[in-house]
Structures are given as C-alpha cells and as structure tokens.
Design a protein. Structure first.
Length: 309
C-alpha cells in the first residue's frame, strides 16, 4: 500500500498546479495521469498563449513543457500512462497499475475533452475534413469552402481565422442566440465571406475519401438541407471527463463536478480542480488556481486534525 497525504488524478494545469502547491504546503502528494504525458487540454492549444502571467508561449505544449520543468526541478512525484481503477472516493483509496494507493484527500483534475456532435460521419471523417481546431488546420483548408458548428467564442474565432484563407465560411448554430463576445460577433456578422445559419442542427457529415457535404435540419420546419462543404470545424464546447466518478458524487446538469469556493465536492475529503469543474473561465490560470485552493484547504484540514490530537 502506497500512502500519501494527497492523490491527484489528472495531469492538466489543475493537477500540476495542485501538485506544486502540495509541495509548497509540505503535503506528500502523487499525481496519476492516464494519458501518456502531462498537459491535458494544453496539448490541444495550438495558438499563442499570452494570458498566463509571466509566460508567453507559442502554444499550449510549450506552456506545458515549462510547467513540467518546474515540477521536475522540485523533484515532485507523478506517473503517466496509468491504468487507474477501483476508485473509492469515501475512503480515498484507488488501484493504479495493480498497486493500491491510499490518501487523506483526493483532488480530481481529470479535465475535459472537445464535445462532439455524435452524428454519422463525424468520427469517420476526422482528419479527412472534420477538424476541431482552425488554429492548427486552417492552412490545410486554404481555398476551400468550410463550415463551423457552434455559437460561442471558439466557434466565432474559428470563423474569423478560416475566413482569412477560405472563400466561404458557413457558421451553423442550433439557436438564434449566441454566447460569443460582442466584438467577435460583430466581425463575423459583417464579414463578406462568412454566412450564418441559425436554428439549425447538423444531422450528418457526408463524403467519400474526404468530406463533401453536411446535412442540416431547420429546427422550426424540420426541413433537411444538404450544404456542400470541404471541411467541418466542430466547436461546441467541452465535455467533462467524469465517467469514472459518475453516480458517486454530485454533478451538475452538464456532467461537471459541483464544488464550493474551496473546491470541495459533495464527498468529504474529495476535491476537484480545473476543467472538470463548471468552467466560469476556461483557462490554464483558472485551473492552476483551483489546484492551489484545494491544496490549501487540505493542508488546513490536516493541521486542524493534528492540533485536535
């Protein structure tokens, strides 16, 4: 049995921030990451990162490298490529790669993933016309007509990026209301190469070797329309990675872990940090802050227990 003060599950900014703060607060902690490397959604950020204080990085991977170098310099403990199973939240036990771990507290920093449409053709044509990042892939679609699906900041930003290289960009959104910031919305609505379709849902993505069209349903009439396109960029938000704890602690209606101001979940001794919580502000800085808050509350709780003894 491996015993720790804190077990951190997940190696994104929230998990790495929690590990750093556990070290600062003299808590013995280990970070367990199922993916083959640390980083979480930082590895899906292909644009220049300018909003993390003190660091300007060309992309999320470079920011991750700096975080990891910091952890490595301090000699902190983490494992990647873990097969985590048999998580007991109430007793803070789990099995990782066949080895049992126990702790005083757990921090869930399992992050989130790109939300998918779940329609025919989406998985089949990923990498062959279906993309989740215009920042990464816009040059590959230069000179082609493309569609963007979504109604938030990322969808509008993708439209503007693609419009620099594509003759026509069609934004498809299921509602007539948009969550995007007004400045970006104004640019999109006024752009001569961007068309906007509202109250419509993509029902299928078609093609042969590459995407050739999408089928869209008008919600008010039920009428189906086929729109020719050579690319579909899906930007409909994120889905939390909470499958491993579903039914064992309180989640909100979208599946994100509910936490209080100290990052405490509905199970005593279990905390959550980063994008697996409801993201008020989806950013690396927010996730790192969550990890720090959780570690601080754990340290104060352990101190109170020790003083009572």
């Amino acid at each position: 049995m491996q015993n720790y003060d804190v077990i951190i599950i997940g190696g994104g900014p929230g998990g790495m921030g929690a590990l750093l703060w556990c070290h600062s607060l003299n808590l013995r902690a280990v970070l367990l990451e199922c993916a083959p490397e640390l980083g979480g959604q930082l590895l899906q950020m292909f644009h220049r990162v300018v909003d993390y204080p003190g660091i300007i990085a060309p992309n999320g991977r470079e920011l991750r490298d700096r975080f990891e170098a910091h952890l490595r310099e301090l000699g902190l403990e983490w494992r990647v490529g873990c097969a985590v199973g048999e998580i007991d939240l109430r007793d803070r036990h789990l099995v990782c790669d066949g080895e049992r771990f126990s702790s005083r507290a757990m921090i869930l920093a399992t992050g989130a993933r790109k939300r998918r449409l779940g329609v025919p053709g989406e998985a089949e044509f990923e990498g062959r016309g279906v993309s989740f990042s215009a920042t990464r892939d816009h040059q590959a679609f230069a000179g082609r007509e493309v569609c963007v699906v979504g109604g938030g900041d990322s969808a509008f930003e993708n439209c503007l990026i693609l419009a620099r290289a594509c003759p026509r960009v069609t934004l498809i959104h299921r509602s007539a209301n948009f969550r995007a910031r007004p400045a970006w919305a104004k640019q999109v609505f006024e752009h001569p190469r961007i068309a906007v379709i509202t109250d419509a849902e993509v029902k299928a993505i078609q093609g042969e070797r590459q995407v050739t069209s999408v089928t869209v349903e008008e919600k008010k009439t039920g009428r189906m329309t086929i729109i020719p396109t050579q690319g579909v960029f899906i930007r409909i938000g994120t889905a939390p990675n909470t499958e491993c704890v579903r039914g064992r602690l309180e989640l909100d209606e979208a599946g994100f872990i509910r936490t209080d101001q100290r990052q405490r979940t509905s199970v005593a001794g279990v905390y959550a940090a980063g994008d697996v919580c409801r993201p008020v502000c989806l950013s690396a800085a927010t996730a790192v802050g969550h990890g720090a808050i959780a570690a601080k509350d754990i340290a104060e709780g352990i101190k109170r227990v020790m003083s009572d003894e």
